[in-house]
Ligand binder design. Sequence first.
Ligand SMILES: [Zn+2]
Ligand SMILES: [Zn+2]
Length: 350
Amino acid sequence: MSEVKAYAASSKTAELEPLNIERRDITKEDVEIDILYCGVCHSDIHTVKNDWKNSQYPVVPGHEIIGRVTKVGDNVKNFKEGDLVGVGCMVDSCQTCDSCKEDLEQYCENGATYTYNSEDKHLGGYTFGGYSEKVVVDKKFVLSVPENLDIKAVAPLLCAGITTFSPLNHWNVKKGDKVGVIGLGGLGHMGIKFAHAMGAHVVMITTSPGKSGDAKKLGADEVLISKDEEEMKKHANSFDFLLNTVPVGHDVNPYIGLLKRDATMVLVGAIEPLDPIHGGGLIASRKTIAGSLIGGIKETQEMLDFCGKHDIVSDVEMIDIQNINDAYERVQKSDVKYRFVIDMKSLKES
Ligand SMILES: [Zn+2]
Ligand SMILES: [Zn+2]
């Protein structure tokens, strides 16, 4: 084992502060990664604050990891020292259930091992995430990162990117489709970029008129202010697909009204109760509401390759790890365009 520097929260009310943690020695199947950058996801904050009632302290968050391979095990053939790689939300899964066999490890029926706050099958205790100097990960959960991209801005693709790419891909969004992206934050800004790159006619749907200019710069063709009832009426029954990135419970009925017959709205943000849904809105035109969780490893690699081809990265604001607590305050106020990324040099040199 080796001891590495990290940042951790010791309780749900504590600020993040330095903590040394253990990383395992590599097994034959493992890849050891020197972490260069780690994105700051809203899930990190939910876990630190125990919002989902399953946090195990200390919590070392971080599941948007970019780094360079420093060592590989004997059975690792597809990575070598120096390779640029990524690690997202998962570091292991059972590999034997139907979901795992279909490359959908995020839906592992025996529970995937998440990058942080999951039972650690190697060391006991709980897994520690990317707010640290290095990480050791099973080769099956390591991703290749295209070298042509701005790598610090690649980090958020590992969670915000795949979370929005996967539903667009699964529901076959294609050239000419009218796609609405609801909510412009870390997830929404990636949804716009992907839908645009897939050739869709993209409508940013937001409550804030102030976001119009940014939405268009990111690739939206139109902006629809959801509080404007007249505008909402004009777009009624016209969308082929809606990607709903709103991170909290809300009233989805007005959005159901925007869908065409047989069209689907996919929720990717709100992991909490929604306002009651009127069945009539779904029944009248055979509409669907669905949910989607990140993506499997195979699809995450496809997403990264798609980004390499189309030159897509996140819009990021770089921070030093010493400023992480301020960054959390700002994420909670949606005061970031659109993702904080920690430069891990600040941890190594501290
Ligand atoms: Zn995340
Ligand atoms: Zn499984």
